[in-house]
Design a protein around this ligand. Structure first.
Ligand SMILES: C[S@@+](CC[C@H](N)C(=O)[O-])C[C@H]1O[C@@H](n2cnc3c(N)ncnc32)[C@H](O)[C@@H]1O
Length: 236
């Protein structure tokens, strides 16, 4: 029995009830576009939580394994799988080693909105590279490190009536008090500079093929990017 836990264990019911209570799966056209044609592919959803990303990939035709450190979120994922089977396997494990997953066993890996919750980036990305087959792909989605740095806020431009994003403490990498985040998220998150993400991806052998910064729904996210997407490729 593993003693691996996640700060999400205590928040699991609230997270599940807010994020995807009926289990319909992730709705994110930018994610779908970057993942591309996944039909028939074996895909790992790393840090899958209650499985909304895993369900989306399965609905797009992939054979999916979801892995997460939170048994409480995985319980929701497994219950949704029981209610509406998609053939998804859920595994309890640490993204920083992905020990339950074999080398070179996946065509693709996704990590949706989770790298900021994982303490160590380098072993996580090295583990992603390890489980990918040659030429396999990796899609990661994170809160934008430039606009959601450890200190941030919003200003209203009274001339234009539009929003401005202010961001500070950008160079302070590592854990920070993230109490300003949504209440369904833990109070600690891990900040890295954009260059750290890029250099660590490349250092793990994951070359960047594409990035995306879609315009969001809230007024402030029409002025600055709230999310950052990477699509990477393992070596042939
Ligand atoms: C914001 S949630 C995202 C979950 C899911 N991908 C989604 O989009 O709903 C972050 C997830 O990262 C997981 N997590 C944090 N640290 C982890 C680790 N070391 N190994 C595996 N999962 C981890 C948490 O348990 C949580 O499920």
């Amino acid at each position: 029995m593993s003693n691996l836990t996640s700060p999400y264990d205590e928040l699991a019911d609230a997270y599940h009830a807010t994020i995807d209570p009926d289990g319909a799966g992730l709705i994110d056209p930018t994610f779908d576009a970057l993942a591309g044609e996944v039909r028939g592919q074996r895909v790992a959803a790393v840090a899958c939580g209650q499985g909304r990303d895993a369900r989306r990939l399965a609905d797009l035709g992939a054979e999916v394994v979801g892995i997460d450190a939170s048994e409480s979120l995985l319980a929701h994922a497994r219950e949704l799988e029981r209610q509406s089977p998609r053939g998804i396997e859920y595994v309890h494990g640490d993204a920083q080693d992905l020990r339950p997953l074999a080398d070179a066993s996946f065509d693709g890996v996704v990590c949706y909105m989770a790298l900021m919750d994982i303490p160590e980036l380098e072993p996580t990305l090295r583990s992603v590279a390890r489980i990918l087959k040659p030429d396999g792909w990796f899609v990661a989605v994170i809160t934008h490190p430039c606009y959601k740095s450890p200190a941030h806020g919003e200003l209203v431009d009274h001339v234009e009536g539009t929003y401005r994003r202010i961001a500070g403490r950008y160079f302070e990498e590592g854990p920070h008090n993230s109490a300003t985040r949504w209440e369904i998220l833990p109070r600690v998150a891990y900040h890295r500079m954009l260059s750290t993400y890029v250099n660590t991806l490349v250092g793990a052998g994951l070359s960047i093929e594409q990035m995306a910064e879609p315009i969001g729904d809230r007024p402030v996210w029409k002025e600055a990017a709230g999310l950052l997407y990477f699509k990477c490729r393992a070596a042939r």
